[in-house]
Design a protein around this ligand. Sequence first.
Ligand SMILES: [Zn+2]
Ligand SMILES: [Zn+2]
Length: 297
Amino acid sequence: MCPHHARGTIRRQEQETQQFRQEDDNIGVTTTEETEIGEIRRCAGCHRFEPKFASSSKHFVDVGDSDTGRCVCLACCRTLVTTSDEAIPLWERVLNFFEGPLGLITDEDSISGVSRQSLKSIPVILVGLNALNDNMKKHSDGVHHKSSQIMTRGLCLSEFCGHTTESVAVTAILCLSGLPADLTASILAHECCHAFLKLHPNFRYGKHLPLMVEEGLCQLVAFLFLNDGLESCDTSTEDDNTPSDAKLRQYFKFCIETDEGIYGEGFRFAARAYAEMGMQELLYYIALNRDFPPIND
Ligand SMILES: [Zn+2]
Ligand SMILES: [Zn+2]
């Protein structure tokens, strides 16, 4: 049990003890105090609260992420992705999206761009929250800052080759395990965009892009992928209280659009520019100016 949950339990126990005492004092009074609710868990995928007082069949499922207390709701649990093997088809789909609709990568090696093979050869590894956080600390190179809704759920690891800063190798992409498939896929699309920027000759020389520009661009790719890169999904559910896969996907897009941090701010700039100029031209503009184009109202 994580310290946070331990605290919740202790508090609850104290409250329960207190309530029993009160009941002793007021025999016959059986009102339930609101304070006994204690801590309510939230789904790691869709952020819904666990219906604590519903039947145990509706309780959330522990994702088995040692000590972090992460759990998912039954809707997110339907498509849970827990192993790196399960992520392979999702990564394929992301690459198809980069090659097809976005037109950003080529089937064959080229010196002027990024090939499908160079992205395909990057190991995609699903890890628990602790491993992801450890790697974050080790590789904190300014990319991936905290955001209000979008906590870090993926990481693109790279290193310079040789003694120059001109050649970069992407060594791995890490993604948080125990999330629903659509969310996992959108995280992979976001990280794939980081990898693309690191490998593309127009971007890899010199220093990083400004954080808001790079994260905004990656969030735009994740959003477009949720919109157009996945198979159409189920709109039906077994009961009214459980969202359908289509509703969940809509929520994941909503989170990207409404984030109040630097990710959301970057996304909104990127989305407006994309609507005006398309992806290729937007990337070309950013390579030259290291910023989004000014917004014309
Ligand atoms: Zn959920
Ligand atoms: Zn990012």
